[in-house]
Design a protein around this ligand. Structure first.
Ligand SMILES: Cc1cc2nc3c(=O)[nH]c(=O)nc-3n(C[C@H](O)[C@H](O)[C@H](O)COP(=O)(O)OP(=O)(O)OC[C@H]3O[C@@H](n4cnc5c(N)ncnc54)[C@H](O)[C@@H]3O)c2cc1C
Length: 434
């Protein structure tokens, strides 16, 4: 009977070390250099001075870029251990970069490790894994995001080259990236899931034109690291096709499953931080002669948040475990399920923590308002909630069939008849003995 919720002691030691290291050494950098994009600016000499020694320490501990499997030169921890690590890293904006596991570079590294040529690995994967460069994943288009059937960006083979033409929107970190992994249509005559391919495009390739930078909510217009890019007849050699033509969705799926779990656990790290703040505040702030923690409404939100956090954590860890077991079909349903819950738990728990802090919670003197604004983003990034809900429902319904005839299988008059028939002999004997 293998049903165990414990972490093996050797790995727990690593997690304990990470916990301490993130809080004591990395979180102070979050405060000095805030903003989600700051860790991706790997050419900034000021932050490099602080970050490089910390990265060296992580490498010394054997915890650098743990997302790659052993066949790809990584440690092969598997998703469950990575999930536990990401829960700790999620507390901090800088931590993922200091552990060499920041999105989208972690996923892009996996793609390159699987499908890149030796030369591409030397030129892009090695510096990416060393944290010397960053990359971008370029799929969403200005007119279409969640429905790839509307994508228009095309690549056409000309001799030994592919020529890419079209536009991409919200390619994160493209502004800072050394290269982009671009998803384009190579065969418009088949359904998009069979007709899209992935290409490695160096950012300095002629024809890669930045229309503008997009940012998130509070960033000033014209700033931000999400590029609106026009690919104007960008020519790449045929070896820049990653995998086979038409394989883009298959490749993306490999990359996204783990990525979504890491996202969810990092969100959980943030949510738990907000929960800690809520508990501390409720014990510290007094009203009507008693701490807030004595008010039943505050106890309610603490209890609800605790329950939701624990439920979500178990769901994510179970999903990670499913992937480690190689149960891809079931894992897909669960990955979508956690994708649906991620923005909701962020919005609910962080929102409650903010509310319990009153004006201070709304202010720019606590991290809560900023954290809360990321909740809606979580509901969009990697596909909107609705799409994942539909995926869950479709997968679930595959295990069911319609009832035969007019009435449901659980229709009580039929069940009573069937039960009477099943036990007819006993029932008759009972009646006969009366
Ligand atoms: C912070 C951030 C970073 C991002 N980074 C990248 C990146 O690096 N690379 C990249 O390629 N893209 C990136 N994106 C884009 C992201 O992948 C898309 O925003 C996402 O896929 C949704 O596409 P859309 O914005 O075009 O929304 P749309 O497809 O226009 O959807 C808008 C809304 O319509 C509704 N809707 C859509 N489809 C359905 C449906 N089937 N059923 C019911 N309702 C539906 C939903 O309410 C949805 O929220 C990023 C986005 C954000 C916010």
């Amino acid at each position: 009977m293998a049903w165990d919720f414990q972490t093996e002691p050797e790995f727990q030691q690593k997690l304990d070390w990470m916990q301490h290291f993130v809080r004591e050494e990395i979180e102070p950098i979050d405060v000095l250099f805030p903003g989600g994009a700051a860790p991706y600016d790997v050419k900034n000499p000021e932050t490099r001075k602080l970050v490089a020694p910390l990265q060296a320490e992580v490498k010394k501990q054997g915890l650098w870029a743990c997302h790659l499997g052993p066949e790809l030169g990584g440690l092969g921890y598997g998703q469950l251990k990575l999930a536990l690590m990401n829960e700790i890293l999620g507390r901090s904006t800088w931590a993922p970069s200091i552990f060499g596991t920041q999105a989208p570079d972690s996923g892009n590294a996996e793609i390159l490790a699987h499908y890149g040529s030796e030369e591409q690995k030397r030129r892009y994967l090695d510096p990416l894994l060393a944290g010397e460069i960053v990359s971008s994943f370029s799929m969403t288009e200005p007119q279409a995001g969640s429905d790839p059937g509307e994508f228009r960006c095309r690549a056409i083979k000309q001799g030994s080259e592919w020529v890419i033409r079209g536009e991409k929107y919200f390619s994160s970190n493209s502004v800072l990236a050394e290269f982009l992994i671009v998803m384009v249509i190579t065969d418009p005559d088949v359904p998009v899931h069979q007709g899209a391919s992935m290409f490695l495009v160096p950012k300095d390739a002629p024809g890669v034109h930045f229309v503008r930078r997009s940012g998130l909510g509070i960033e000033p217009l014209g700033e931000g690291v999400h590029g609106y890019i026009r690919y104007e007849d960008v020519r790449v050699p045929e070896e820049n096709l990653l995998g086979e033509p038409g394989q883009a969705f298959h490749i993306a799926q490999t990359r996204l499953s783990g990525g979504r779990i890491h996202h969810a656990m990092r969100t959980l790290g943030q949510v738990k931080r907000a929960f800690d703040m809520m508990c501390e505040r409720s014990l510290s702030r007094r009203t009507q002669g008693e701490p807030l923690s004595r008010k039943q409404s505050v106890q309610n939100v603490i209890a609800d948040s605790f329950i939701e956090i624990e439920q979500f954590r178990l769901l994510v860890l179970y999903t990670a475990w499913l992937i480690d077991q190689g149960d891809k079909r079931r894992a897909r349903t669960y990955v979508s399920a956690i994708k649906v819950r991620t923005p909701a738990i962020m919005q609910d728990v962080v929102g409650r923590a903010l509310h319990v802090h009153g004006a201070l919670g709304c202010s720019n003197e606590m991290p809560l308002a900023h954290m809360w604004m990321t909740a809606p983003v979580m509901g969009i990034v990697d596909g909107p909630t609705e799409v994942h809900r539909v995926q869950v429902a479709r997968d679930v319904l595959r295990d069911y069939k319609p009832s035969e005839g007019l009435w449901p299988d659980e229709y009580l008059p039929h069940r009573v008849d069937a039960a009477r028939e099943k036990f007819a002999e006993v029932l008759e004997a009972h009646v006969g003995n009366l």
